[in-house]
Design a protein around this ligand. Structure first.
Ligand SMILES: Cc1ncc(COP(=O)(O)O)c(C=O)c1O
Length: 395
């Protein structure tokens, strides 16, 4: 019989999506036609050249050993070129780029290298769950920075109390934002960099969705701000940019000291990517911007389809400028779990409850756009019908 698990594990529960998947499988086995608009896993394929590069490389006999811990020079140079092309940012492939097995892994591990018991981590609420779970696993305390519609989903840094700042180690930001779809202004990024400098914080910017934007707007890298490398690390990924979520290709770039610490830990936890995946990642980053624009146009049509339905039922929502979600307020009087449970049980529609993104987020649900238009329309028809059903005085 195994002895007790470590105390630190009590900080974690199995991720919501990991528990949802078997539940949905069971419902489908029972004949329920569940539409999943919960998780943000792109349904479209990566560029052709990516799969071709993988196949071609995998057929070689000499590529099946361990990949390099720090990735191939070609992979790191591809990231540097992408940053130069998209952001006019110079990165040294030798010291300022650490490939990750998906950015989630790096987000979790970087926190372990910085946060000690009693340290504070400043995180957006709503926010991506791994900022919080990695902080609590490290024994840290969380300070939630509410993101409000009336403040364009930018946190009010000046409202963070001095006694919290004195103990704070990491400031998390994420734009384009999951789940609200908001973009940050350059002015805000500049303020955030100066704030991190003033309070000795490591500014971690999660740029997972920088290449998924709408209406022709462009999302910035934190390194477009002068002095950012002194205080910041940025996380990026091919998961959403090139529809490669299953490939697990991410990166951390920026501050060399933070990256050196992350690399030390990572050299003990993984052994790099399969070489054909690295070659395929290089091929992805070389594709023409037109491919990205066309893919974003598909998401934009889906976005507009969902927004049309939400307007029809007079729901309150944020119009996303980027990322692949719609952040929508629940019908008055209902919590996010009440909405998602009822929708799943009564309408065969699965959305993500706001509660998984933080304490301030329980009044909202997240609708993912990773589903083709015909099926998305079907989902919206179900949502409208459910929303308009009389509900025992709760609204
Ligand atoms: C904001 C944000 N950051 C990071 C990730 C993790 O992406 P990956 O681990 O696939 O690179 C996600 C995934 O949904 C995300 O939404």
């Amino acid at each position: 019989m195994m002895k007790a698990t470590a105390q630190r594990l009590s900080a974690l529960n199995v991720l919501y999506f990991a528990t949802l998947a078997p539940r949905i499988r069971k419902l489908r086995e029972q004949g329920v036609d569940v539409i999943r608009l919960d998780i943000g896993s792109p349904d479209l394929p990566p560029p052709q050249a990516v799969v071709a590069a993988l196949n071609e490389c995998a057929a070689r006999p000499d590529v099946h050993g361990y990949g390099h811990h720090r990735g191939t020079q070609a992979l790191r140079e591809a990231w540097a070129e992408l940053y130069a092309k998209n952001h006019r940012v110079d990165l040294d492939p030798g010291t300022e780029i650490v490939p990750l097995v998906g950015s989630k892994e790096g987000i979790f591990h970087l926190t372990q290298t910085v946060v000690e018991k009693g340290d504070v981590v400043l995180l957006p609420d709503p926010g991506y769950v791994t900022y919080a779970s990695s902080a609590s696993f490290a024994g840290g305390e969380m300070y939630a920075m509410p993101l409000r519609a009336e403040e364009n989903y930018l946190p009010d840094l000046e409202s963070i109390p001095e006694n919290i700042l004195a103990r704070a180690k990491i400031l998390w930001l994420n734009y384009p934002n999951n789940p609200t779809g908001a973009l940050a202004t350059r002015k805000f990024f500049k303020t955030a960099v100066q704030f991190a400098q003033r309070h000795n914080l490591l500014l971690c910017h999660d740029a997972a969705y920088t290449q998924v934007t709408y209406d022709g707007v462009r999302a910035a890298s934190i390194f477009e701000i002068e002095g950012a490398k002194e205080v910041a690390v940025e996380f990026n990924t091919l998961s959403k940019s090139y529809n490669m979520a299953g490939w697990r290709v991410g990166v951390a770039v920026g501050n060399t000291k933070a990256l050196a610490a992350l690399y030390t830990l990572k050299s003990h936890t993984d052994s790099g990517h399969f070489l054909p995946i690295q070659e395929a990642a290089v091929a992805a980053m070389a594709v023409d911007q037109a491919w990205v624009d066309e893919r974003n146009a598909i998401y934009q049509r889906r976005r507009d389809l969902v927004l049309k339905a939400l307007r029809e039922i007079e729901a309150v929502f944020a119009v996303p400028q980027g990322a692949i979600y719609i952040w929508c307020a629940c019908p008055q009087g209902l919590t996010s779990a009440e909405v998602t449970e009822s929708l799943l049980d009564d309408a065969g529609l699965s959305l993500a409850p706001g509660s998984m993104f933080g304490a301030f987020a329980d009044s909202h649900v997240r609708i993912s756009l990773c589903t083709p238009e015909d099926r998305l329309q079907q989902a919206m028809d179900r949502l409208i019908k459910w929303w308009q059903k009389p509900r025992g005085g709760s609204r």
